[in-house]
Design a protein. Sequence first.
Length: 208
Amino acid sequence: MDAKIDALIQNWQRKNITGFYLPDQEKALNKILALIPQACSIGFSGSMTLEQLGLLEHLEARGNKVFNASRPNLAQEEKMDARRKSLQADYYLASPNAISEKGEMVFFSAYHNRICGVSAAKNVIIVSGINKIAPNLEEALKRAREYATPLNCKRLNWNTPCVQDGICRESICLFPEYKRMCCQILIVEAEIDPQRIKVVLVGENLGF
């Protein structure tokens, strides 16, 4: 294992966060499936990383109940209801926008469920590719705001100032002119419960 990755895993351990390093997507998928009992319900926040792993499809196929706000043809209120139910699930899955080498994890959210789920769900599994690691918290926040957010806005066809050039203009990114994505920001520095948060770090580039 790379020395920086090893140091990151150790940093998480000192923060009451359990970290696992898996070299590729297949091993990461198998690890996550092993961590989640088949009878448990699943909540999650939208994530290209989870999509690339095919994780939710595997969980549903084996019988886990998945609260999925991304199902086709759902009305807006149905989507919000699925997001609320996700927060009460046995396991909550998410991917950060960035991770610092010290172990801080940065999450931006538009609909609050990502922030609430990571902060308060009973069991949380965070999944990330190594491409999301930044040298420090300042660079992690910059990555989240100036790299991940514009790409996500473009993917979802959201009208934001950053879509065209990746430059954050938060002072003008306001309603009703724009559909702002960076509504809440969570920085996870540590966790009081040593059993609650687990991070699966994949040795490949995943998501934004």
